[in-house]
Design a protein. Structure first.
Length: 186
């Protein structure tokens, strides 16, 4: 399993009901490729990592961060100002806090329309089960589709016609991925 893979070979083989090792190399490659596709689709990293991002200051004290769940904020910097003291958002001390999705400056505000660099740690320690299933299904679809690339249907035995879906991904997978897509909370 490569770093960043969102499922594993054994889960894919169970899903596809494959017991032989003949296609292990292909399936392993598909796991890595589909995992990258999913992270590009949801526009964020899933597993725990350190992120350094630059935002435009709003004059406010809160930023919605691109990756979540936010585990900790290492620092917030603009100009000569650096804030790196972790505090409780409800307390009286000045510093930086998080609610798991956003950065909260306590006792200060960012400059308006100036670059603000945020360094933080975010992500899941392990892949959530519903996301792992979505990636496993997509790997299974990619593996199965390799035998009918470009076909919309196939007739066999003269009487049976099998139609293939041309959708990028089926609705159940898309619904699972929607839970992880980059979007502002309501």
């Amino acid at each position: 399993m490569a770093s960043g893979d969102l499922t594993n070979l054994s889960a894919v083989k169970r899903w596809l009901n494959i017991s032989s090792d003949n296609d292990d190399a292909l399936l392993t490659d598909l796991v890595t490729q589909v995992s990258a596709f999913v992270e590009n689709t949801i526009q964020r990293k899933v597993l725990t990592a350190t992120h350094v991002e630059t935002y435009r200051g709003t004059g406010g004290s809160r930023f919605l961060l691109r990756n979540w769940p936010v585990q900790s904020v290492t620092s917030v910097e603009w100009g000569e100002t650096r804030i790196d003291t972790a505090v409780d958002a409800i307390g009286n001390a000045s510093g930086v806090a998080t609610d798991g999705r956003s950065l909260i400056l306590v006792g200060s505000r960012t400059p308006y329309d100036r670059p603000v660099r945020v360094t933080y740690v975010a992500g899941y320690d392990s892949v959530p089960a519903d996301l792992m299933l979505a990636v496993t299904e997509l790997v299974g679809e990619a593996y199965s589709a390799r035998t009918h690339i470009g076909e919309t249907s196939h007739a066999s035995s003269g009487a049976t016609t099998v139609a293939f879906s041309r959708e990028a991904m089926h609705q159940a997978v898309l619904a699972r991925l929607n839970n992880y897509m980059l979007a502002a909370p309501l």
